[in-house]
Every structure is written in C-alpha cells, then in structure tokens.
Design a protein around this ligand. Sequence first.
Ligand SMILES: [Zn+2]
Length: 455
Amino acid sequence: MASLVIESDWILPVESPAIRGGFLVVHSGRIAHFGTDLPDRYGSWPRVRLTGGAILPGLINSHCHLEFSDIESPLIASEPSAAKSTNGGASMVRWLGKVMARRQALIHSGQDLERIKKDATLRGIREAWSTATRLVVDNVTAPWSADWLEEALGGFFANERSDLIDALVCGEPILVRPCVELVDVNQARGHQTWSYAQDLISRNADGKSTGVYQGPIGLAPHAPYTASKPLVARALETTIHPAGLISMHLAESLEELEWIEQRAGPMEDWIRPWIDTQHELEIGTIDEHLRLLSGSHRALIAHGNYLSDYQIKWMANYRDRMAVVYCPRTHKHFQHAKYPANQLAASKVPLFLGTDSRASNPDLSVFEEWKTACRLFPELGPEYWMAACTFRPSAFLGLESSVGTLRVGSRSVLTWVPLGQASVVTQEALWEAMLGAKEAIPLEMFHSLRTFPAR
Ligand SMILES: [Zn+2]
C-alpha cells in the first residue's frame, strides 16, 4: 500500500479556494487529506516537496475523435472553395470533404485500416494523458475495440514506475468514454452503424467499466445533416438508463443550418449524392433535436456554435441532462461567429471544454483550450473555464470520485502546472501565472516525483 505526502507551493482544487504552501496526502491512488496543515498521523509517511508550480484536478476532454490523432496538422478549412462559403472563407463542407477523402484514401491504399485506427487511437490517448487529461469522451467508428484502450496502458510511465507514482496512481491514469457514431444518410449506412453500435453494446452487456474503458457504451448520432430524427430517437431509447450518454454535433456551422432548415447552401452539393428520400424526409431542425435530446439521461451537445438566445434559454430547463461542449481552437479554425459563451453561462447551461480532433486542432491539450477560452472570454474568469474541464463535467457524468476533482476520497489522478521562477503570492496572481504557463502535465510525471528520495 503506497502512501505519499506532497508539499506544494499551491494546491488548487478549483471548486474551493487555492491553498498556498499546502499538503496533499495520497494513499493507494486516493486523496486522504489536503490543507495547510499536516495531521500528525501522516508525519512519518514518505514526503516530497514540489516547488515552482500548482497541483490541480485532472482535466476532462468532453469531445474528441481519437481516431484522427495521427493527423500532424489540422486539415485546412479556408482554402477558396468551388462551393460558396458562408463564413469568412472557412467552409465546414470543404473540411468534411477532406476528412472523408483522407479516409477513402486509407481504405484504397491497401493498408490495414484497423491497425492504422488503433495506432492513431493509442497515440491520441498517450497525447491526452501527457497533457494531464484524465477522461476523454470519444466519438468512435468501426472498426474499434475496447481492447485497444488497455494496450494504451503499455505506453505510460515506460520503466519509470516508483513507489511515489504508485501512491498517486492506482489503476488507470486516463479513462476513455466511447460514444459510437451513428449515421443514416441512407438505409445501408443506417443499418451498418446501428448494428455496429448494437454489437459493441452487447459485448459490454453489463455496462461495466474495465481499465481505461469507461462503460457503458454511449451513442453519438453524428449531426443533424447525417442523423435523422428517428435515429436520434432510437439512440435515446437505448441510452435512457443510469449512466446513459448521448453526444451529438449540433448547431456547429451556418452551412449545417442552411441545409437542415432550407435544404440549401454549400452542404447540398456535398450531401445530396449520399442521402436517400427516407433520410431527407426525416431531417430534423435544431429545435427538434434539442427537444429530442431533452428526453435523454445525459446529452452532450458538441459545439452549439450557432445556438440562438431563445434555444439557450430553453435549454436551461434541462440543465440536469443537457450540456454544451465548446472546442475553442476548433471554433477558431473554422472562423465561426462569436461563441455564445456568455449567453450559456448567464442561463447556467452546463458548458464544458473539448478539443475535437486533430483534424481541426493542432493538439489534444485541454489546458490549451482552457487558455484560449480564458483569453477569448476573460469576463467569465479563469475559474469558470477551469471548472468547465474539471469538476463540472465530472459531476454531469457522475464520475466525481474518479476524475476531475481534488477532494478527500477521490482518485489522485491530478495535474501539475509548472509556473517557472515567478513568485506567486495571491490567488489572482496564481491564475495569471497559470495563463502564462507553457504546459500542464500529469502530476505523476513531475520530475521530482521520480528523483526525490522518500524520507
Ligand atoms: Zn467532433
């Protein structure tokens, strides 16, 4: 049973005030105590002193597609397009075309698609963990396997495990919550994605989590232009149970709105060849999908860039089950209109942070998303945005004892933010210094934990 006392310049639980010069006591991967004092009973436990940084809860990425983690730099959305772009030269349709072309090229290259997807997923998990992410809500498509997630464990710590790391991390250093993508642009696609989702659900019939895999399987009707109302309704029926989760891209681009509301705009040329009459008859508006999702156990709305003031106010009635995930750097990539963060915050609609994928984002660091959101919406404050990627999504998903919290009894999968040489003496200065920090790393990877001898 490994135990450890960590003295740190700063301990920042986020949901309570920062502690300067505090003690954090961990025992077999759980937090036993934290505060300005160290109770006598821990006096003889191994102790390390960490300087020049702050300890925070682990970070949560509420929207990602790990399968694209082998893309080195984001696919360009803003080249001149034959299709008329509706916002500032960036086109979601152009970008979607590139994502699909990339996938088609992989399929036709004769390479082992399963191997490529597996490697990309493992690379994404390692990247997420190395930037202090402890939970990823991941949209998955066929082929995919829960077994891949366990293989990711081999990439952690290398041969650097020590008693100190063991005291902090018992079990998995990162968790993945998969949501299977559903698309029914035509009957064949609908059947294919639905039966694949059913297959994965039946393999995890008890809904249990094992290792990195965080069960039960969630469902991800892709978007209103690819998932019909009946498909969303079926997904809701399947996930209406404790721990059920739906994730859906909604109100992401003007092109999407133009298509689903008027059957017009650049999306038409792109999607028309794929869809059948049945699908077209059942395309839902944003209002209709919001109404459907309000009947979910838990629904994550990815992006919501173009949710109206009225829709946001309406959603406030369902804040126990509907949340919106803002992906700040992906939002910038597509040059969307100003994000409705202030309206969402004012209506107290749960707002979380996500990275989306490396197809629209340079990396998978939630900490960088936090910094970007803080810069773009300073009026909401750094605490608000840090809550959006720690204890708030954790509470929404019912995972407070596992990830995203720094509380007595919760798992000690925590974050270390190096603050350099600057002397930080107030809580305000601490947030300011964090905004200038270069990175966030898993606490167990802080070099002092590997080099300091236990007392
Ligand atoms: Zn996405």
